[in-house]
Structures are given as C-alpha cells and as structure tokens.
Design a protein around this ligand. Structure first.
Ligand SMILES: NC(=O)c1ccc[n+]([C@@H]2O[C@H](COP(=O)([O-])OP(=O)(O)OC[C@H]3O[C@@H](n4cnc5c(N)ncnc54)[C@H](OP(=O)(O)O)[C@@H]3O)[C@@H](O)[C@H]2O)c1
Length: 174
C-alpha cells in the first residue's frame, strides 16, 4: 500500500537514506529543508523550510507519517557558546522535534553532519573502536530503523526512544 510521508530535512545523511529507502518501497515522499539537495533529482518535491524559524508547509490532506532529521553537533565548550548558538540549537534540536512520538538516537554516524569528526583514517578507527560492535553508524542502517518505525510493522510501538548506537550506551568493553 502506498503511504505518504513528510521528511523534515530529508536531503542529506540519514534523512536522504530514509527518503531513498521509502521511495524504493513505492511510498510517496515530501521533504522540507533549507536546501533542495539531491532529492529533486529523485523526483521528490522539497519545500523550503527552516526549523529555526518554522513556517507553515503546503501539505496533502493525509500524511501517514513524519520524520524529523534536523540537528547539530556543537562541540564548543559551554563557556564559548553564544546566546544565539544556544537558542538556535535548542530550537532546531529540541523544539523542532518536540512532538516526536518515538525517537532513534544514533551514535556517531557517517554523514555530512559528522564529517569533521571522521575526516581522517585515525579518527574513523578511533571512533569505531569506542563502539562494542567496532564500527560507526551507517546512514542506511539508520534509514532501515526509521522506515520500520514509520511502517505498519511498528504499529504497536509508541513513545519509545531507540538507541541504534553499536552498543555504546549499554555495553562496556575492556
Ligand atoms: N551523524 C551523526 O553522527 C549523528 C549522531 C547523533 C545524532 N544525529 C542526529 O541525526 C539527525 C540527522 O543527522 P545527519 O547526520 O543525517 O545530518 P545531516 O547529514 O547534516 O542532515 C541533516 C538534515 O537536516 C536538514 N536541516 C538541518 N538544519 C535544518 C534546519 N534548521 N531546518 C530545516 N532543515 C534542516 C538538512 O538540510 P538543509 O541543510 O538543507 O536544511 C539535512 O537534510 C540529526 O538530528 C542529528 O543531530 C546524528
């Protein structure tokens, strides 16, 4: 059955992998983000949208699901964070996602957002070794989880926070 999904920030990283997976399964996808990115080449319409100052979107009468991907990794020490940085991150990471029914909180995943943390073989190897599964996240793995949460197969799951993190949050390695 064709379903219609809205992906906020579906043009990069985990969102893009999710958009491609859902589309390959015959679903209808709408996206909203600040830039169009590669989605338009896949025939997916992208509406301009900034989660830092949200405005209404042009939506169909029925949406079967929504996924929210905008986020930031701000690694500055707290005392170097400006008031503008703080409120921008709060708006995009928290307020924008405040109506999430369930969340997937990944560990370090190989996307443009994490590029500066993974821009050398040494960094990639060290990051992989911190994880019990000895690997960093892959956008396709995360997309599979998001697509599952949006599907009928997850109809008895609600209010959950899932941690696709290679075991980082729950297994201690010595
Ligand atoms: N990658 C990781 O290691 C990692 C780890 C933990 C959590 N996460 C979380 O996973 C989610 C997806 O991250 P990702 O790694 O796939 O990042 P990404 O490749 O940077 O993709 C983020 C997406 O969100 C959109 N976006 C960013 N800011 C936006 C804004 N203000 N308004 C509207 N759209 C916005 C971007 O498009 P535009 O720039 O065109 O707007 C892009 O489509 C984020 O919430 C991130 O915090 C990622």
């Amino acid at each position: 059955m064709t379903r219609t999904y809205l992906l906020i920030g579906g043009n990069s990283g985990i969102g893009l992998a999710t958009a491609r997976l859902l589309q390959s399964r015959g679903n209808s996808i709408l996206a909203a983000s600040r830039t169009a990115g590669p989605l338009t080449q896949s025939g997916i319409p992208v509406q301009p949208f900034d989660a830092a100052s949200p405005a209404p979107l042009d939506l169909p009468p029925v949406l079967d699901g929504l996924a929210y991907f905008p986020g930031s990794i701000t690694l500055k020490p707290f005392h170097r964070l400006t008031r503008e940085d703080f409120f921008h991150d709060l708006q995009v990471n928290l307020m924008g996602a405040v109506f999430a029914i369930q969340s997937a909180l990944p560990s370090l995943t190989d996307t443009p957002l994490a590029a500066t943390l993974l821009n050398s073989d040494g960094k990639r190897e060290a990051s992989a070794k911190r994880h019990p599964l000895q690997q960093i996240g892959n956008p396709d793995d995360l997309a599979a989880l998001v697509a599952f949460l949006l599907s009928d197969a997850a109809r008895f799951i609600t209010g959950q926070i899932l941690r696709p993190d290679g075991g980082l949050s729950s297994i201690r390695t010595f």
